[in-house]
Design a binder for this molecule. Structure first.
Ligand code: NAG
Ligand code: NAG
Length: 286
């Protein structure tokens, strides 16, 4: 009797783990990261420049969704450039926490690297000692497609129309663009160091490439160095109505659930072993 009672909290713990793991914030989902091969000497002025640059980015993200910094040094090779870009629909609070998270992951991923870049779902952070600020760069960084699905021709037309809409200029500078039709939604974002025309050029390019690359896929993402576009057709597996579900997300969630389960089971085993030990010593009220 008392045995079942004492196990109750454990079971509820397991349930909580199962209930909470799927709520991983999509804004913080890791997309890609990369580091320069060159390392600086720990404890050098370069290191303190990196630290002050990254700190400036984190602080600045509490009041703006884009900013750039240059940390000047007497020696030009120690001069550092950095920027962050949040997705245009993020609140200041979400932007700040995203950039803080990206910077902390960058610190681990690119330990002692002279340069690094990291993209989370909601924000992008980059620093380097070669200036990349204001430089258009259409290098392909990441592309991936969801599972192939049976689009009917109407849906495919609507998907392409949504994508074309994102690539269309209305003459104004719009670094963040969203579009949708029915269950198809898409989002595009430029890094705001690009001029309006460079952003336009980058988005036209990336939309064209993604349409070709992810023809009849349920979703597709393409990240160039200074802009990206993503689309998805809702229904298959939607969470939060965002356009950010992809297979990696699902794998991550499944993993999180598994880890939760394993942790729960491990706890249960430890607890049962403890109970048996206690019972063996005759402290058990049967
Ligand atoms: C960047 O820093 C590395 C290491 O200090 C140095 O070798 C390289 O020349 C620097 N690059 C520039 C453009 O200053
Ligand atoms: C960098 O930041 C400065 C000051 O905020 C701004 O005047 C400048 O236009 C920015 N440069 C780029 C390339 O975004």
């Amino acid at each position: 009797m008392s045995r079942t009672l004492t196990m109750a909290p454990l079971i509820s713990l397991l349930t909580i783990a199962l209930l909470t793991t799927p709520a991983i914030s999509s804004v913080d989902t890791f997309v890609y990261g990369g580091c320069s091969q060159v390392k600086y000497t720990p404890g050098s002025p370069y290191e303190s420049n990196v630290n002050s640059l990254l700190t400036s980015l984190v602080n600045s993200a509490t009041f703006t969704i884009y900013n750039n910094f240059t940390i000047k040094s007497p020696t030009s090779e120690d001069t550092l450039y950095g920027l962050f870009q949040c997705r245009g629909d993020l609140s200041n609070g979400d932007c700040a926490s995203c950039v803080a998270r990206a910077v902390s992951q960058l610190g681990t991923l690119c330990l002692d690297s002279t340069g690094g870049a990291l993209q989370l779902d909601g924000c992008f952070v980059k620093y380097d000692n070669t200036t990349f600020l204001g430089v258009e760069d259409k290098t392909e960084v990441l592309k991936k497609c969801g599972p192939l699905i049976a689009y009917d021709s109407d849906e495919l037309n609507r998907r392409d129309a949504v994508m074309d809409y994102l690539a269309t200029s209305d003459g104004s500078s719009k670094p963040f663009r969203i579009g949708g039709s029915g269950d198809i939604s898409a989002v595009a974002q430029c890094v705001q160091d690009l001029s309006a025309s460079e952003c336009q050029d980058c988005l036209s390019e990336v939309v064209g490439r993604l349409k070709t690359y992810c023809g009849a896929a349920a979703s597709g993402d393409m990240y160039l160095a200074k802009c990206y576009v993503r689309f998805s057709k809702a229904g298959a597996h939607s969470h939060g109505g965002n356009v950010d579900h992809d297979e990696n997300d699902e794998v991550e969630k499944t993993l999180a659930i598994l880890v939760g389960l394993i942790a729960g089971v491990a706890l249960l085993i430890v607890f049962l072993a403890f109970l048996r030990k206690a019972c063996g010593k005759g402290k058990c009220d049967k």
